[in-house]
Design a protein around this ligand. Structure first.
Ligand code: TXA
Ligand code: MG
Length: 326
C-alpha cells in the first residue's frame, strides 16, 4: 500500500478508536463505520443516518476469529459459508455473544456479521483492531452510495472522514442470511447469489414479505421496510400496464432505467442502460449510480424494468420494489 494511503488508514483507525465516524468503501456499497464496542459512537451512526433504533447494524470484522468472538454459536453451516464466501458480500446473522451491545443489534438476540473483501476495508479493520458497525452510508431510506462522492452529498458534513476507494465493484449490498436453531432464512437478497448459497448448505427459506416488509408470522428483518432505496422522483416498475400508460406526452418527462438496450429508448427524456449486453454483474455495479443520475435529472417520474429473478437479479428487483412508489 502506498504511504499516503497507509497514513490515511491509520488516521481513520485512530478516529474510530476515539469514537468518531468514518465512511469507507466495501466491495458492495460504502459503509458508515463506528467502533462496534463503543455505544456512543454507534448511537451517532443512528443519528447521522436518521435510522430508527429498531433497525440493527451489521458488524464488520477482520477475520473469522473475530467473528467467532461475537457469536454465541457458530454452526457448521456458518463455518462452511464463511470458508466459501468470506471475505465477500455475505452477512451471517447468528446468535449473539454478550459482548455485542443491544444498541448494535437493536435488541435482537442475534448479531449480523460480515468480513468485507475490499482491500481498504480490510486494512481499516486490521489497523483499527476493533469490529466496525456499519450500515450503508446513506440517509435512511434513500439510495445507497457506491462512490465517495455519493457519501459526501448526503452525509458529508456529519462524518469525521470519508475514505475514497473509487466505485464499488459489486454495487448492491451483501446478502443477509440468518442461521439459527429455527433454520436458514434469507433476510435480504444481495451480492452473493442465493443459488450459490443453496448449492453449499441446501434449501434456504425465502420469506415472501408483503409490502410492509412483514411476513404473516412477524417481521422478517427489522430493516426490510417496504419503502427503502427510494429516489425522490416517483419510481414506477415497468409492467405492460405501465408501458402503455407512458404515452408519448408523459414520456417527455419520464426517465427509463433499463437492464439492456431498450427498443423504445428514443421516446424517453433520459435513459440509463445498466448493461447493454445484459450482464447482471455489470448491471448491479451501475445500478445505484444510474438511479441517482435519473433522480437528479428533474423528471416527473422514473420507469424501471425488472431484472430476471436469478443471481444478482433477485437483489436488484428487491431494491426496485422497495424503491418504487405504490
Ligand atoms: O453490503 C452491506 O451489507 C453494507 C456494507 C456497508 O457492508 N451494509 C449494509 O448495512 O447494507 P445496512 O444497515 O444498510 O443493512 C443491514 C441489514 C438491514 O436490513 C438490517 O435490518 C439487517 O441487515 N440486520 C442487521 N442485523 C440484523 C439482525 N441481528 N437480525 C436481522 N437482520 C439484521
Ligand atoms: Mg442500507
Amino acid at each position: 500500500m502506498p504511504d499516503h494511503e497507509h497514513s490515511l488508514i491509520s488516521r481513520a483507525a485512530g478516529i474510530l478508536r476515539a469514537g468518531g465516524l468514518v465512511a469507507f468503501p466495501t466491495e458492495t456499497v460504502y459503509g458508515l463505520g463506528a467502533n462496534a464496542l463503543d455505544e456512543r459512537a454507534v448511537a451517532r451512526v443512528f443519528d447521522v443516518k436518521g435510522r430508527p433504533r429498531f433497525d440493527p447494524l451489521i458488524v464488520h470484522v477482520a477475520d473469522v476469529v473475530a467473528a467467532h468472538r461475537l457469536a454465541a454459536e457458530f454452526p457448521p453451516k456458518a463455518q462452511r459459508l464463511a470458508e466459501r464466501f468470506w471475505p465477500g458480500p455475505l452477512t451471517l446473522v447468528l446468535p449473539k455473544n454478550r459482548a455485542v451491545s443491544d444498541l448494535v443489534t437493536a435488541g435482537c438476540s442475534t448479531v449480523a456479521l460480515r468480513i468485507p473483501e475490499h482491500p481498504l476495508a480490510q486494512e481499516l479493520l486490521h489497523e483499527a483492531g476493533v469490529p466496525i458497525a456499519a450500515p450503508s452510508a446513506n440517509a435512511f431510506g434513500r439510495i445507497s452510495p457506491t462512490t465517495a462522492e455519493h457519501v459526501r452529498e448526503q452525509l458529508g458534513d456529519s462524518i469525521d472522514l470519508i475514505i475514497d476507494g473509487g466505485p464499488c465493484r459489486v454495487g448492491v449490498e451483501s446478502t443477509v442470511l440468518q442461521l439459527t436453531g429455527d433454520g436458514q432464512t434469507l433476510l435480504r437478497p444481495g451480492g452473493t447469489a442465493l443459488e450459490e448459497i443453496e448449492a453449499l448448505i441446501g434449501k434456504v427459506t425465502v420469506p415472501s414479505a408483503d409490502l410492509t416488509g412483514r411476513e404473516s408470522g412477524g417481521m422478517v428483518s427489522p430493516g426490510m421496510l417496504a419503502q427503502h432505496y427510494a429516489p425522490r422522483t416517483p419510481l414506477v416498475l415497468r409492467t405492460r400496464e405501465a408501458a402503455s400508460h407512458a404515452d408519448a406526452a408523459t414520456r417527455e418527462r419520464t426517465g427509463l432505467l433499463a437492464f439492456k438496450r431498450p427498443e423504445d429508448a428514443a421516446s424517453f427524456a433520459r435513459v440509463e442502460v445498466l448493461s447493454p449486453e445484459g450482464n447482471l454483474r455489470e448491471a448491479a455495479a451501475n445500478f445505484f449510480a444510474a438511479l441517482r443520475r435519473l433522480d437528479a435529472a428533474g423528471l416527473d417520474r422514473i420507469v424501471a424494468e425488472l431484472f430476471p429473478e436469478t443471481g444478482l437479479g433477485r437483489a436488484l428487483n428487491d431494491r426496485l420494489r422497495r424503491g418504487a412508489h405504490e
